[in-house]
Structure formats: structure tokens, C-alpha cells
Design a protein. Structure first.
Length: 95
């Protein structure tokens, strides 16, 4: 009977692995404009990982980003705001 609470406690401590990172980035189609190492329309995940915080990510998703990473603006991504923390962890997995 004591193992069940332990299972739930361990499940709560999940970590975003590179495989999970790619899943969430694909879910919101981040890969359309971003890549792990090569600059596309937007900055690389590695470049973002060096500079972003969860608050930065949430603001970028809510309001979009203009002029911070180059000439092309990122439009708001309202569907992704609820998972800003997981998206931030996914980007940070590329450090």
C-alpha cells in the first residue's frame, strides 16, 4: 500500500528529456521557425536557451516578439501559453 503514494510522487517529478522536448515543440509547431542548431526564421533553441526564462517565454507566447531576435516577428501563440513552463524546459534542454 505504501508504494502507490511513492509512484505518484515520482510521477510528479517528471523531467523534460530531449525526446519529450521534441514532442512538445512539435505539438505547437515551433520547428516551423526554430531548430536546435541551425537558424531558420527564428533563433535556434540553443541561442534561446542561453537567454530566456519562463517569464520571457510566457510573455513571448502571449504577446509575440518583435525585434529581439531579428527582423521577423513571432506572432502571439495563445494556444501554447498554458504550457509555457514545459516549452521553456524543452528549449532549455537544448543548452
Amino acid at each position: 500500500m505504501r508504494t502507490l503514494p511513492l509512484v505518484f510522487a515520482l510521477a510528479a517529478l517528471t523531467v523534460v528529456t530531449p525526446l519529450h522536448a521534441e514532442d512538445i515543440l512539435a505539438k505547437y509547431k515551433c520547428n516551423s521557425c526554430h531548430d536546435a542548431k541551425a537558424k531558420k526564421i527564428g533563433p535556434t533553441y540553443k541561442d534561446m536557451a542561453a537567454k530566456i526564462t519562463e517569464a520571457d517565454m510566457k510573455t513571448a507566447l502571449e504577446k509575440g516578439v518583435k525585434g529581439k531576435w531579428g527582423k521577423v516577428a513571432m506572432p502571439p501563440q495563445p494556444k501554447a501559453v498554458a504550457e509555457a513552463a514545459a516549452l521553456t524546459k524543452a528549449v532549455l534542454a537544448h543548452k
